[in-house]
Design a protein around this ligand. Structure first.
Ligand code: PAF
Length: 285
């Protein structure tokens, strides 16, 4: 595996590649990332991973400085997973000057759920993803990028970005990997104390219960959803969590279910803080 830091080095490394298969990450890799990498290896003529903790997608009070940075372990895991090229830009390689041109995602997709609680988050994500896509795919006839379904709304934002800018990139979703007790794998799980780790499974359980209650409500779901969601939030809060949202949404546009929507078109999404760690998860109904 070749490790490169600058965009010029990356383009040189990929000069003979026609269809790069790319997995962007912020590092601190776990089995979920590696499964995306393994998928990518089957999809292109060279596989590329990036590791870059993107300042633009953190709010001023968030955990940018504390975000776990484990470069050498990540590098070894990617090499063992068969990655061909690791792109690990330093901040000055990707942002040599303040990034004043930004990608502003559709407000009706990016300003709800994560975007409501983390304003500007998806602008930061879309901007860095566009920049990474330019670095990896510029001049290529076609490419593929693999993103985890755990970041459900992020995946939708990136699909829209690719569609609206007519980028010749296939976006592939990798399934969420879970620990044995059901906790979705996430780099932020490492922040949990042993007691919090034991409690953390309650988020995926709450989403499962909410999804089941949504299914049971059948055609009454549009009327019943607000009460079901309030009950789910209150149950989690009673266990010591600070929920931002637990909600049933349409998969197509993340809006509240409407009369006539089938239950199969829904997704339960949640974000909640346990101690100082904010966890997100989702479950397609
Ligand atoms: O999902 C992530 O790890 C990040 O949001 C991404 C897509 C690498 C952009 O920084």
């Amino acid at each position: 595996m070749l490790t490169v830091h600058t965009i010029a080095e990356l383009r040189h490394a990929l000069r003979h590649t026609e269809r790069p298969a790319f997995v962007p990450t912020m590092g601190n890799l776990h089995a979920g990332h590696l499964s995306l990498m393994e998928r990518a290896r089957t999809l292109g003529d060279a596989s590329v991973a990036s590791i870059f903790v993107n300042r633009l997608q953190f709010l001023p009070h968030e955990d940018f400085d504390q975000y776990p940075r484990t470069f050498e372990a990540d590098r070894q895991q990617l090499e063992a997973a068969g990655c061909d090229v690791l792109f690990a830009p330093r901040e000055a390689d990707l942002y040599p000057e303040p990034q004043t041109f930004k990608v502003l995602p559709d407000a009706h997709l990016a300003d709800l759920l994560e975007g409501e609680f983390r304003p500007g988050f998806f602008t930061g994500v879309a901007t860095v993803v566009m920049k990474l896509f330019c670095a990896v795919f510029a001049g290529k006839p076609h490419g593929v990028a693999v993103f985890g379904q755990k970041d459900y709304q992020q995946l939708m934002v990136i699909r829209r970005l690719v569609q609206q800018f007519a980028l010749p990139i296939d976006i592939i979703a990798g399934p969420t990997l879970r620990a044995d007790d059901g906790l979705a794998l996430s780099s932020r799980n490492g922040f949990l104390s042993p007691a919090e780790r034991a409690e953390s499974v309650a988020l995926s359980q709450a989403l499962r219960q909410l999804a089941d209650a949504g299914l049971a409500a059948g055609t009454d779901l549009p009327g019943q959803a607000p009460a079901l969601e309030t009950a789910a939030r209150q149950a989690l809060a009673a266990r010591g969590w600070q929920p931002d949202y637990l909600t049933l949404r349409r998969r197509a546009d993340l809006l509240a279910p409407q009369p006539g929507d089938g239950a199969g078109a829904l997704v339960a999404l949640g974000a909640a803080r346990l101690g100082s760690t904010r966890l997100i998860d989702n479950l397609e109904v």
